[in-house]
Design a binder for this molecule. Structure first.
Ligand code: FAD
Length: 316
């Protein structure tokens, strides 16, 4: 893992508009970004979707964007999702694609942080997307962002689930509150994507050290696997994946009663190997031109990702 100092610097950089302008302006960045992002346009994302589906994995597609500061941007994000969903409808038309295609949403991209009525606007926007997804036979899961948004996000998800009971939500094992959230949200029909968490958080709300985060992750997994919902295990960590497979076995879950999820471009060979073992594997597939924050969080996770980026800058 990267040093805490480096990780903190990269996560701060992820939120800096000045660095965003500098880094996105470097032409060679594109090549490195392409490793983690499935293109800037919808046709590119659809092409990658097709090849991932052909390889026996399912997908969750994310139109990149976060921290929207005006209503027009939030509306533009909704339009993008609606266009994406119509482009995805043919994949599910014959019924064979049911459950294999999902979209992931960030409520902050839908207006959640707007000073005036942000929460109501995000709820309304997410509702439109959920309705279109329902129509297209596509699932939806709501991403988890920094801890200041967790209460708001879970209350919006609760409201949406009254109309769209299959709506999934992400919980972050590094937050101290998450074990309690897992207990509360592991009821019948729930779909919970458990990840470790990718933001810079204070020690008052989040575990800081990897061993602590890992044991918290396994505690949460145990709750979800023995619960009545559908656990979605989002991690590249071999230890977490082994724990998930073990707990699934121990709680008598069949292969179709939980799934493993990884990010596009990360441990691709392992994703294929697991899919080859008839495990359900879903790939989180981000696309769009607002890739900066997402890309910087990936660099913060792993020195090898950062080294790859820096090498390509100097070997130009
Ligand atoms: P880490 O502790 O980062 O890595 C552990 C081990 O995994 C490494 O030691 C290595 O063995 C292996 N590994 C990791 N990366 C690589 C690599 N590139 N190549 C080879 N081996 C590798 N975070 C949020 O905060 N909110 C979200 O909504 C959210 N959604 C997510 C959805 C999905 C499907 C996934 C997979 C992640 C999501 N994340 C989200 C990110 C997540 O919180 C972590 O930041 C990220 O997944 C890294 O944690 P990890 O569990 O993979 O383990």
């Amino acid at each position: 893992a990267p040093s805490p100092l480096l990780r903190r610097a990269l996560l701060a950089a992820a939120r800096s508009p000045r660095l965003r302008r500098t880094i996105t302006g470097v032409p060679v960045t594109r090549r490195v970004v392409d490793r983690f992002v499935a293109g800037e346009t919808e046709p590119q994302a659809i092409a990658v979707t097709r090849s991932v589906l052909d390889s026996g994995r399912s997908v969750t597609i994310d139109y990149l964007g976060e921290d929207t500061t005006d209503v027009a941007d939030a509306n533009a994000t909704v339009s993008h999702y609606l266009a994406l969903l119509s482009a995805l409808a043919p994949f599910t038309e014959d019924g064979t694609g049911a459950g294999t295609i999902e979209v992931s949403l960030k409520l902050s991209a839908l207006g959640q942080r707007l000073a005036r009525d942000g929460e109501a606007i995000a709820l309304d926007n997410a509702h439109k997307i959920c309705a279109a997804a329902d129509e297209a036979g596509v699932l939806v899961t709501v991403d988890a962002e920094d801890h200041t948004t967790t209460d708001s996000t879970l209350s919006i998800v609760r409201a949406l689930r009254e109309d769209f009971p299959s709506l999934g939500t992400v919980l972050q094992a590094y937050l101290r509150r998450t074990e309690a959230d897992c207990k509360e949200l592991s009821g019948p029909g729930s779909r919970i994507r458990l990840c470790k968490g990718a933001y810079q958080e204070p020690a008052s709300v989040a575990y800081q050290r990897k061993p602590e985060i890992d044991t918290a992750y396994v505690r949460c997994l145990r709750i979800l696997m023995s619960g009545q919902g559908y656990p979605m295990v989002a991690s590249h960590d071999p230890a977490m994946i082994a724990a998930a497979l073990h707990l699934a076995d121990a709680t008598g879950r069949r292969a179709d009663e939980f799934e493993l999820q990884m990010l596009y471009g990360i441990r691709d060979a392992e994703q294929l190997r697991l899919a080859g073992e008839r495990r359900r594997v879903r790939v989180y597939l981000p696309y769009g031109d607002e890739w900066y924050g997402y890309f910087m969080r990936r660099l913060a996770e792993r020195p090898a990702n950062l080294a790859f980026f820096l090498r390509s800058l100097v070997s130009r």
